[in-house]
Design a protein around this ligand. Structure first.
Ligand code: NAD
Length: 334
């Protein structure tokens, strides 16, 4: 089996190569993302391995089908970047890594909250500059704050548990509430109530047509003045312009994001010597109450080990023609 691995970074190569010792596949690494133009690099391969910002739209899928690629091994849980309908029509099997480390992402959401609330990123720079002043560093306790969790799947559940450990009241919205979370003390409410009453709202739902720009002028308008919004899920859950407006008029108190609606053209690369042609992210990065990380919530040793393992297992299952619970099909989406 030969696999063309796209969007391959040093950490992908390290963990996939290590796992591949057990499988012995031929892995061809490409740093470029997978799209219609780069699909041709997969000529001669049996499968492609892709990540969150690879563009698996109908054009790319047709190009891959022309090269007789039979499988897409996603190194991620989300599959919103794959046209599953077209993949099914072309007979290309799509498999993902449904769970690797929900702790990695949930803990990163907590890191964003604590950094924003206690301003540790600014303290680090001040102390290095021998500025030991505490002016403008007043933070807030998490204890007794109401934390709203939108989406209580694997990551949302871990996040809710951590926040309860801080002594927060956890309020949640999910179309499919989880009874075990209720037993632990999480209160389910309508999405409006979650936005209206939370001091911190954290998004943990997938990007679907229904959740696209879930955070917009209206939902931001009902949030508490000075509240914090955290997004480690997908950038397009947020209408960026509306969030900028809410920050500018000081209604939204803090924003912590690991994902950004237009991240495809920015994230996972070093653009430090380039002029960034994205006014919105440049504006956001100037706000003192905004913290942006570049889609790194998944980046722990534990998560990368699990991603590499499940990806190799998925490829193995495909090579044997077996079925898999990790397969994404149009029936599953329906
Ligand atoms: P999951 O499938 O276990 O849980 C998603 C939950 O969202 C489910 O309980 C589902 O019922 C709920 N949901 C669906 N529609 C909803 C809606 N309209 N409103 C509220 N909830 C809704 O997924 P997960 O493993 O917990 O991952 C959640 C998301 O985190 C993924 O979809 C992905 O976008 C994101 N993610 C980000 C990173 C990162 O590195 N930043 C890494 C992994 C996953």
């Amino acid at each position: 089996m030969k696999i063309a691995v796209y969007s391959a970074k040093s950490y992908d190569i390290e963990f996939l190569d290590h796992e591949n010792k057990t499988y012995g596949y031929e892995l061809d690494y490409y740093e470029v993302p997978l799209n219609r133009k780069t699909a041709r690099l997969a000529a001669g391969a049996d499968a492609v391995c892709a990540f969150v910002n690879d563009k698996l739209n109908a054009d790319t899928l047709h190009a891959l089908a022309g090269l007789k690629i039979g499988m897409i091994a996603l190194r991620c849980a989300g599959f919103n970047n794959v046209d599953i309908e077209t993949a099914s029509e072309l007979g290309i099997r799509v498999m993902r890594v449904p769970a690797y480390s929900p702790h990695a992402v949930a803990e990163h959401a907590v890191a964003l909250i604590l950094t924003l609330s206690r301003k540790t990123h600014k303290a680090y720079n001040r102390v290095r500059d021998a500025n030991f002043s505490l002016e403008r560093f007043v933070g807030f306790d998490l204890e007794k704050k109401t934390v709203g969790v939108v989406g209580t799947g694997k990551i949302g559940q871990v996040f809710a548990g951590i926040m309860m450990g801080f002594g927060c009241n956890v309020l949640a919205y999910d179309p499919y509430p989880d009874s075990s979370l209720r037993e632990k003390g999480v209160r389910y409410a309508s999405i409006e109530d979650v936005f209206r009453t939370s001091d911190i709202v954290s998004l943990h739902c997938p990007l679907t047509p229904e959740t696209h720009q879930l955070v917009n002028k209206e939902t931001l308008g009902i949030m508490k003045k000075g509240a914090m919004l955290i997004n480690t899920s997908r950038g397009k859950l947020i209408n960026t312009e509306d969030v900028i407006a809410a920050l500018r008029n000081k209604h939204l108190g803090y924003l912590g994001i690991d994902v950004y609606a237009e991240e495809e053209k920015l994230f996972f690369r070093d653009l430090s010597e380039h002029i960034i042609d994205d006014e919105k992210i440049m504006q956001l990065s100037t706000f003192p109450n905004v913290l942006i990380t570049a889609h790194q919530a998944f980046l722990t040793k534990e998560a990368l080990t699990e991603i590499a393992h499940t990806t190799m297992e998925n490829i193995s299952v495909y090579s044997k023609g077996e079925s898999s619970k990790n397969e994404v099909t149009r029936e599953m989406i329906a």
